[in-house]
Design a binder for this molecule. Structure first.
Ligand code: TEU
Ligand code: CA
Length: 564
C-alpha cells in the first residue's frame, strides 16, 4: 500500500524567509512509488483556482477582494482542496483584469493591502493548505515604471526591457509611403502585435493587449528582475507559481514575416523562441531550486509530445504545464465546435503516452479563460446539470495528474445568458467586436451567440454563495460583472445543505483521491477508447473504475466506493 508523505509548514509573521519557506534539504529522501514516481506534495495536491475579482467582496464595492477570500477559507478547507491558486492580485490598471501588472510588489488597491495578503497567506497555512500565485512576466502593464521609462526615449536605460523596432516601408500610396509594422505578427486580442508609439516613432511588441507590452527576456537585467520578484513572494511563504503564457518569453528577434499557415496558429510560432528552455532552466537554478515550491506553466503553443521538454524532472524547468489540447477540443479557432468523447479520451491517452514517470501532468477542463465546465463538457440543462457535473468530477479526480478545480465548478455553476455586447467585460470580446462586428465581417447576433458558449466571461461571473441579492457575493454595490440569474437555484448555501449535492460529491471524490495512492500515482489504461458514451474508461492499477455517461455513477472495484 503506497503511503502519501506531505510536509506542511505554517508561516507566522516575523519568521525569517528560511523559516517561512524551508529550503529543500537533501536529508528528506524523496520516496519512490512502486511504479517509479518520485513522490511530491504537488503531485498529491488538489488545487482550487480563485479569480479574486469574482470570488467574494468584503467591503461592498461590488469587487471581490483578498479579505473576501480569507473569509471563505473554511469553505475551501471543508471541500478538501489543499492548494489555492490565486489569479493575479498585483497592482494593475486592469486592462486585462490583473494580467497587466503595474507593480509586482504591491497588492491591487481594489483587492486590499499587503497586510490583507499576509492575513490570507497566514489563514491558508493555519489550515494546512498552500498558496501559489500567478506569475505574469511575459509582459507587463504599459503603466509599469519600466515601460514608462522605456517608451520615453531610445537611449533610456530601460529601453531594452521591452522589444522596440522601427516600422518598415510599405507600398507607396498617393498620400506617400505608408509605413507597416515590423512584421505581420498578430495579437491574441485581435489586430497587430505591434503598436507604434509616438514618443519615439517606433513600434513595441504586445502579443496580448496594447496595454500589455512584452518584456525582452534576452536582456539579463529583465530576467534578474523577474527572479528577484519571485524571491520576494517566496520569502513571504508563498508555495509556488502558475506561470502565465510562459513558453512565449523567448522571441525570435529577427521577426520574420509569418506564413499563411503560421498565421493559423501564431501561438505555436511564439512558443518556440530560441532560448525558451535555457531561460526556464536559468529561472529554476536561480529561484525554484532554492525553495520547496510548485510550478505550473500555462503552455500556450506547446504540443503534447513536447511537454517533457518543459516538465521532465531531469531537465529542471517546471513541475507541470496546462496543455491546451483538452480545453481546445470544442474550438475551431475562436469559435465553438461540437466535440466527441472519443476525441477527448484520445487526448488523455496521448498525454499518458507522452509522459513517463519523470513527467507529471495537470488535469483541468476549466479556468478563468474558458467557459463553465458543466456547460462546455457536461449538460447544463435542469435535468442533467447535476449528474453530468458529478460525472465530470469523477473523471477529473480519477485521471492521472494534479487536478485543478475552478471556483464555482464545485457548485456546477453554468455559462451566462449573454445577450448584448454591453453584458461583457473581457477586453478580448470588446476588441473582437470592433474587429469582427463593426467591420461587418460577422453579425453582432452571431458573434454573441458564439460567445455564449466560448467567452471567458462565462467563468468570471460572481461566485454564487446564496440566494440573497447579488448571490451573497457582495452586500453593497452592483457587482462589476452581472451575477448569473440562476443563482437562486445554484448556490453554495443550497449545495452545503444537500448531502447529495455536487459540492458534497466533489468533497467525496477529493477525499477518495487523497487517500488512494493508485488514483494519484497508478498507471492509466483506457479500456474502451472508442466508446462514444463512456468517458475515459480507465484502469488505474489497484483500482478499476467504470464510468458511463448514462449512469453518471462511479462503480469502483475493488476499492471501497463513495456514496454518490
Ligand atoms: O491566457 C493566455 C491564453 O491562452 C488566453 O489568452 C486564451 O488564449 C484566450 O484568451 C482564449 O480566449 C493567459 C491568461 O490566462 C489570460 O487570462 C490573459 O488574458 C493572457 O494570458 C494574457 O496575460
Ligand atoms: Ca471589494
Amino acid at each position: 500500500m503506497l503511503t502519501v508523505l506531505t510536509a506542511l509548514c505554517v508561516a507566522l509573521p516575523g519568521k525569517s524567509p528560511a523559516e517561512n519557506n524551508p529550503r529543500p534539504t537533501a536529508s528528506i529522501a524523496a520516496t519512490t512509488t512502486p511504479n517509479g514516481y518520485t513522490q511530491k506534495w504537488w503531485k498529491e495536491a488538489v488545487v482550487y483556482q480563485v479569480y479574486p475579482r469574482s470570488f467574494k467582496d468584503s467591503n461592498g464595492d461590488g469587487i471581490g477582494d483578498l479579505p473576501g477570500i480569507t473569509s471563505k477559507l473554511d469553505y475551501l478547507q471543508n471541500l478538501g482542496v489543499n492548494v489555492i491558486w490565486l489569479s493575479p492580485h498585483y497592482d494593475s490598471p486592469n486592462a486585462d483584469n490583473g494580467y497587466d501588472i503595474r507593480d509586482y510588489r504591491k497588492v491591487m488597491k481594489e483587492f486590499g493591502t499587503m497586510d490583507d495578503f499576509d492575513a490570507l497567506l497566514k489563514g491558508i497555512k493555519q489550515r494546512h493548505m498552500r498558496l501559489i500565485i500567478d506569475l505574469v512576466v511575459n509582459h507587463t502593464s504599459d503603466e509599469h515604471r519600466w515601460f514608462v521609462e522605456s517608451r520615453s526615449s531610445k537611449d533610456n536605460p530601460y529601453r531594452d526591457y521591452y522589444i522596440w523596432r522601427p516600422g518598415k516601408p510599405g507600398a507607396i500610396s498617393p498620400e506617400g509611403g505608408i509605413e507597416l509594422p515590423p512584421n505581420n505578427d498578430p495579437s491574441f486580442f485581435f489586430g497587430s502585435a505591434w503598436q507604434k508609439d509616438p514618443a519615439t516613432n517606433e513600434y513595441y511588441l504586445h502579443f496580448f493587449a496594447v496595454k500589455q507590452p512584452d518584456l525582452n527576456w534576452d536582456n539579463p537585467k529583465v530576467r534578474n528582475e523577474v527572479y528577484d520578484l519571485m524571491k520576494f513572494w517566496l520569502d513571504k511563504g508563498v508555495d509556488g507559481f502558475r506561470m502565465d503564457v510562459i513558453p512565449l518569453i523567448s522571441k525570435d528577434q529577427t521577426f520574420p514575416e509569418l506564413t499563411p499557415e503560421q498565421l493559423q496558429r501564431p501561438d505555436i510560432v511564439y512558443a518556440h523562441g530560441p532560448h525558451r528552455d535555457e531561460y526556464l532552466q536559468e529561472m529554476n537554478r536561480s529561484v525554484m531550486a532554492k525553495y520547496d515550491v510548485m510550478t505550473v506553466g500555462e503552455a500556450l503553443g506547446i504540443s503534447l509530445d513536447e511537454t517533457p521538454l518543459i516538465v521532465d524532472e531531469r531537465r529542471h524547468e517546471l513541475n507541470m504545464i496546462f496543455d491546451f489540447a483538452t480545453v481546445r477540443i470544442n474550438r475551431q479557432g475562436r469559435h465553438w465546435k461540437d466535440w466527441t468523447l472519443p476525441a477527448l479520451k484520445a487526448v488523455y491517452d496521448k498525454q499518458d503516452a507522452a509522459l513517463d514517470i519523470h513527467s507529471w501532468n495537470t488535469v483541468f477542463l476549466s479556468n478563468h479563460d474558458n467557459p463553465r465546465l458543466v456547460s462546455a463538457f457536461g449538460d447544463d440543462s435542469a435535468a442533467n446539470r447535476v449528474p453530468s457535473a458529478k460525472l465530470l468530477a469523477t473523471m477529473l479526480f480519477t485521471l492521472k495528474g494534479t487536478p485543478f478545480v475552478y471556483q464555482g465548478d464545485e457548485l456546477a455553476m453554468t455559462n451566462y445568458p449573454f445577450q448584448r455586447i454591453e453584458d461583457f467585460d473581457d477586453i478580448e470580446v470588446k476588441n473582437g467586436y470592433k474587429t469582427e462586428v463593426l467591420t461587418g465581417k460577422i453579425t453582432a447576433a452571431d458573434y454573441i451567440a458564439d460567445l455564449r458558449k466560448t467567452s471567458r466571461d462565462n467563468a468570471r461571473t460572481p461566485m454564487q454563495w446564496d440566494a440573497t441579492t447579488y448571490a451573497g457575493f457582495t452586500t453593497g454595490a452592483k457587482p462589476w460583472l452581472a451575477v448569473n440569474p440562476n443563482y437562486t437555484q445554484i448556490n453554495a448555501k443550497e449545495e452545503l445543505a444537500d448531502p447529495n449535492s455536487v459540492y458534497h460529491y466533489y468533497q467525496k471524490m477529493i477525499a477518495l483521491r487523497s487517500k488512494s495512492p493508485a488514483l494519484i500515482y497508478g498507471d492509466y489504461k483506457d479500456l474502451d477508447p472508442t466508446n462514444p458514451t463512456s468517458s475515459p474508461t480507465g484502469e488505474r492499477s489497484a483500482a478499476r473504475s467504470i464510468l458511463s455517461s448514462s449512469t453518471s455513477q462511479v462503480r469502483p472495484e475493488p476499492t471501497p466506493s463513495p456514496k454518490a
